[in-house]
Design a protein around this ligand. Structure first.
Ligand SMILES: Cc1cc2nc3c(=O)[nH]c(=O)nc-3n(C[C@H](O)[C@H](O)[C@H](O)COP(=O)(O)OP(=O)(O)OC[C@H]3O[C@@H](n4cnc5c(N)ncnc54)[C@H](O)[C@@H]3O)c2cc1C
Length: 381
């Protein structure tokens, strides 16, 4: 039996490659990208070249042929340096690539997986202004006509939308049918009727684009319906169940990044004639932060390994996302305090990690939605 955190040679090679990329290529640009609220195009190209946008797409479609667990490792390593970079990779792999691999027919897999592995960014368009936690109250309509469907509605908060070439859009074919009307569609950028709208100016993960996506009588051919009519709710639930593990990994990586900065600073900074790391008060802070990160990582890795083993993982995934997003906020906040005044400035990375942590409790199901899922499972409801 292997320990959860024991990585195979292949996993360790992959992890260290991503870590090196994050340190050498990503880190120098993080502050500027956060300030500008834009992700650098050449880094996205490097994501594709490194295989980070297609970690578990099979090699026959141009992907890395890796595991879901490897996706989680990539998300965690990127988040240590930049949680914005990490969510770009997260949405591509755990939501979009995964939905097409699982529900796409052979033609759809042949048409889209090689492009998603090569240069096509994907977005997952479920939320709307009136339907967030209550996602299945969505109002975007899909009206069937001779050649396919006409989609109309407004999607809000869509990650990667500024860069995306493909949108996985959820719409209803029958508003009166409730969740049973929800159907998934693959809509390419450039399809007449699809416009990417306003980009949000955010507290954190500022370099990750979050935009409105407007569909105005947007014609989508029959062959771009993903899965069965009326089964989009199942695609949404099941992809988000997995996606949550990715967000747990993002938050764990973020917390580890904040802890690493705090450790380095505590050894350097001198007060009262010695390093602040020599004070027991500071040591205890750092020790508690390390415990939080370890517990969070174990929960995330366990959920990911359960998923790869084909075992039930829904409760563990919700717990991991819930806990990891809590500890990310707590650890980043404590890291700011360990750095004292400079921790509060943009000259040191912990200020940004503190802001970035907040999103973990909101997207892919708020903390309350995770608590609901966990409660339902443990109460057998
Ligand atoms: C940066 C960012 C990126 C995002 N990316 C995407 C994306 O790529 N694709 C996508 O489809 N969506 C995306 N979202 C949307 C995100 O998933 C929603 O914001 C989230 O699900 C919450 O929905 P809401 O904002 O409408 O909040 P609401 O649902 O209005 O919730 C507001 C508050 O009420 C609480 N609440 C609501 N219902 C209940 C209940 N039944 N019981 C207890 N408490 C409840 C919530 O927990 C929350 O605290 C993104 C959002 C952000 C901010």
């Amino acid at each position: 039996m292997r320990a959860l955190t024991h990585l195979s040679d292949e996993e360790e090679l992959f992890r260290s490659t991503v870590a090196q990329f994050a340190r050498e290529r990503l880190a120098p640009h993080v502050r500027q990208m956060d300030h500008a609220g834009v992700f650098r195009a050449e880094l996205l190209t490097e994501f594709f070249e490194l295989g980070l946008m297609a970690v578990d797409i099979p090699e026959e479609f141009g992907g890395q042929g890796g595991s879901f667990f490897q996706t989680v490792l990539a998300i965690e390593e990127l988040a240590k340096v930049d949680p914005s970079a990490s969510v770009i990779v997260d949405v591509q792999n755990t939501l979009c690539n995964s939905a097409i691999q699982r529900w796409g027919n052979e033609d759809q897999k042949r048409r889209y997986l090689p492009r998603l592995a090569k240069d096509m960014v994907a977005s997952y368009a479920l939320s709307e202004a009136g339907s967030g936690s209550d996602a299945f109250a969505l109002a975007t309509r899909a009206i069937e006509d001779g050649g396919g469907y006409r989609l109309s509605g407004r999607k809000l908060w869509i990650t990667n939308a500024a860069e995306a070439g493909l949108f996985l859009v959820f719409a209803t074919v029958d508003a009166l049918a409730g969740y049973r009307g929800i159907t998934a569609f693959l809509v390419e950028r450039g399809t007449p009727g699809l416009t990417v709208g306003k980009k949000e100016d955010k507290l954190g993960i500022r370099a990750s684009s979050t935009c409105e996506v407007i569909l105005d009588d947007c014609r989508v051919p029959h062959e771009n319906r993903l899965g069965e009519t009326g089964k989009g709710y199942k695609i949404a639930i099941e992809t988000l169940n997995e996606g949550r593990i990715g967000i747990g990994a993002q938050m764990t990586g973020l917390a580890q990044g904040a802890l690493d900065h705090a450790l380095a600073y505590a050894k350097e900074r001198k007060q009262f004639g010695k390093a602040i790391a020599d004070f027991q008060g500071v040591q205890f802070e750092l020790a508690e932060m390390a415990v939080d990160v370890e517990a969070s990582r174990l929960m995330v890795y366990n959920a990911a390994r359960l998923r790869d083993a084909g075992l039930p993982f829904v409760t563990e995934a919700a717990m991991a996302k819930y806990f990891a997003s809590q500890i990310a906020e707590r650890v980043a906040s404590r890291a700011v305090e360990v750095l004292g005044g400079v921790g509060f400035t943009k000259d040191y990375p912990v200020e940004k990690l503190y802001r970035d942590a907040k999103i973990g409790r909101i997207y892919e199901g708020t903390s309350n939605m995770q608590r609901l899922t966990i409660a339902k499972q443990i109460l057998g409801k």
